[in-house]
Design a protein around this ligand. Structure first.
Ligand code: MIG
Length: 687
């Protein structure tokens, strides 16, 4: 049951696709206050209520105890005190004795105080009085999520090759460097499906250009890589370089497709290419225009893109720098005011992503002029939409890989997301684990974090453990920043453990892809908190570092340095499978309850649920070579069970074809349980 309440005159966000009529009367469950002319929504939480949601956000799965400010932010330093990350996903579920969902559909900033100022008070404060609220009632948190997902429409679906292992790094400077990356993977038998082109492939960081010197023949290079089973995925930045003669710049200016200042001039910010204009993604012509530019790359054989810097991130503006200059000129070096000691530093670092700059430019929303800060959270989302709609046009039958850094709910229909600039910290591995279900709740299904961490120097053990979790996430990409220690698997000496761990991913791939597809097609989640599957288990409600992945397995990643295992809570009897590689495993049936399980640095534990079945195929060096005619089956059962595996060609869009389901069944045959499937079953391990 969904009720919609409209406040003021909201700017359309495109988040909701279902037609829902506004409800009569006042909002339910929440109290509405007006303070200083601003509307605030309050909810009195019970002591035991859990609050799930907020998509890409800091802290635990349970969001209680902190303040979150939903405002797409270029925040590479994601310490625990940070209130805003790259996405703005305003959906929450409060669940305890009763369960209630709330989606605050608002194009500008919204602050969520979830028991921070007052332990049991949930306080939602949109920055303006024009927004829509959806209140969702349901019998459980999970039920509410499914209703919400249906309301916001089917999630973007990635091609199957994007489930392969992908290697990225900011600083691959030319074709030869990329050839070396691919060769090192292949020579060491480390599977690989894609390599990313970060900003250095461009000519002067100009969007939709390619440096002739460093990539003299992109179409040829794309084919050369594809012949080795490797796709190239270029980055696209939001800002367009100001450079007379550069076609994109000239067209944008000529057709008025850039964001403008109050005086009508094109807004200027300093980003990678130097002085840039921002395409007005809130304008449908600008979206069509920018989207059409991706075609150059698609014609060159490219099948995937990542959209970056679309919060939009700004290093500085001239206005901001001038303010600082003036401040410095007037700075009194004889000051004894401690406040000033810190102020000067803050003034300097404050020139990036300044609120004042966000308040100084405007969008033309097809006739309506809107100041940027009022639609800030929609900017990146509309860049994703621009690309997604363009792909639909010039590649209607073939899927493209697309994911973005900034996002708002609604963008989940056009692309996935990666969680931006994390760090090589153990705490960020844990954050990655906790974020997965929250992202799924908000519709983002093709997601993942920079494995190994983007900033800082990664250590071998951290990368191993992070991969041990990353083998389950749809986007499985190792990415690192310029200037950090080299982070490719072969950069840490011995490669055997890396080869083994990534081989597990490819064995699991048909299962993971199947569960991903079924979740997308049924508005469901692929990653669930334990409580969604075992709602009456009170201890399961408190577990935040284990996840249910699809219908058959539970994972319990090791995320602590020097750990040789971890405590795991089993909400029912399960089969522990510890993978050392795709083919080397040990098994143990474990009883419901708490256990310490051992998992060496090069081992990945997973749990097969009772009366569920896990299909595994033979590993491969890339998804194109995956043989899915033969399977090994692991099942923990004493009864007849069935598993429906979704399998299609992984690239066309005939999603709802009933032939895309393959059945695997364990059946009693003459008193013995055996496996049946249209696939060849090479090995059956029944427990
Ligand atoms: O200001 O393109 O999050 O993945 O490697 C940094 C360079 C710009 C930020 C992205 C990161 C990417 C980097 N970009």
């Amino acid at each position: 049951m969904i009720k919609k309440y409209v406040y003021g005159t909201p700017i359309p966000t495109g988040a909701v696709v279902e037609d829902i009529e506004a409800a009569e009367g006042g909002i339910q469950y929440f109290t509405e206050l007006e303070m200083n002319g601003k509307i605030i929504l309050n909810y009195a939480m019970e002591n035991d209520d859990i609050v799930y949601g907020l998509g890409e956000a800091n802290h635990g799965m349970n969001k209680r105890g902190a303040i979150y400010r939903s405002f797409c932010s270029d925040e590479p330093n994601q310490t625990e005190d940070k209130q805003s990350l790259y996405g703005a996903h305003n959906f929450l579920v409060i669940t305890g004795i009763i369960s209630v969902g709330i989606f605050v559909d608002c194009a500008s900033q919204v602050t969520f105080d979830i028991g921070y100022k007052a332990l049991n008070m949930l306080n939602i404060e949109p920055s303006c009085n024009d927004f829509t609220v959806y209140i969702i009632e349901g019998k459980s948190a999970y039920d509410i999520v499914k209703q919400f997902r249906k309301m916001i429409g089917r999630s973007y679906i990635a091609p199957r090759w994007a489930f392969g292992y992908q290697q990225s790094r900011w600083s691959y400077m030319n074709e030869d460097e990329i050839r070396t990356v691919v060769k090192n993977h292949r020579d060491n038998g480390i599977p690989l499906d894609a390599v990313y082109l970060d900003i250095d492939y461009m000519d002067g960081y100009k969007d939709f250009t390619v440096s002739e010197e460093r990539f003299p023949d992109l179409p040829g290079f794309v084919q050369e890589m594809k012949a080795q089973g490797v796709r190239l995925v270029p980055i696209i930045d939001a800002g367009v370089k100001i450079e007379p003669g550069y076609d994109i710049y000239e067209e944008g200016r000529q057709y008025q497709l850039f964001c403008k200042r109050a005086d009508g001039s094109d807004f200027v910010a300093g980003v990678w290419p130097g002085r840039t204009h921002f395409p007005d993604f809130m304008n449908s012509n600008a979206r069509m225009w920018f989207g059409s530019k991706y075609k150059t790359f698609i014609d060159a054989g490219i099948e995937g893109f990542w959209n970056d810097m679309n919060e939009p991130a700004m290093f500085f503006t001239e206005e901001g720098v001038n303010e600082v200059k003036e401040y410095l000129q007037n700075f009194d070096f004889n000051t004894n005011d401690p406040g000033k000691f810190f102020e000067i530093k803050d003034k300097l670092t404050g020139i990036s992503n300044r609120m004042k700059d966000y308040e100084s430019f405007f969008h033309n929303m097809d006739g309506t002029i809107v100041r940027h800060d009022q639609v800030h959270n929609l900017y990146g989302a509309n860049m994703t939409r621009a690309a997604g709609e363009a792909f639909q046009q010039f590649s209607p039958d073939k899927r493209m890989l697309l994911f973005s850094r900034a996002s708002y709910i609604g963008a989940h229909r056009y692309g996935g997301l990666w969680t931006g600039d994390n760090q090589s910290w153990w705490s960020h591995l844990l954050l990655n684990i906790k974020m997965m279900p929250s992202l799924n709740m908000c519709g983002f299904m093709y997601t993942g974090a920079d494995l190994g961490g983007f900033g800082c120097n990664c250590t071998r053990d951290l990368l191993m453990r992070w991969l041990g979790f990353g083998i389950f996430t749809p986007l499985m990409r190792n990415h690192s920043a310029l200037g950090t220690r080299k982070q490719e698997c072969y950069s840490f000496g011995d490669t055997e453990d890396f080869r083994s761990i990534i081989s597990i991913r490819y064995s699991l791939l048909p299962y993971l892809y199947s569960e991903y597809m079924k979740a997308c097609l049924n508005d469901d989640m692929m990653f669930k908190p334990l409580s969604f599957v075992y709602p009456s288990d009170n201890f399961a409600r408190t577990v935040e570092d284990q996840l249910i992945v699809g219908e058959s397995i539970m994972i319990a990643p090791v995320y602590e340095q020097n750990a040789v295992g971890r405590y795991v809570y089993l909400p029912e009897d399960m089969l522990l499978v510890v993978f050392k590689s795709s083919s080397v495993r040990r098994y143990q049936i474990m009883k419901k309850g708490m256990h310490y399980i051992q998992a060496d640095i090069n081992e990945v534990p997973l749990f097969v649920r009772k009366n569920k079945l896990l299909p595994l195929c033979r590993t491969a060096q890339c998804t194109d070579n995956l043989d899915t005619s033969m399977f090994e089956i692991i099942a923990y059962t004493d009864d007849n069970i069935e598993y429906m595996m979704y399998e299609d060609d992984g690239i066309s869009k005939n999603y709802d074809n009933p032939e895309n389901y393959v059945s695997f069944a364990i059946k009693d045959m003459d008193g013995i349980l055996g496996a049946v499937s249209p696939k060849t079953i090479v090995k059956l391990s029944l427990f």
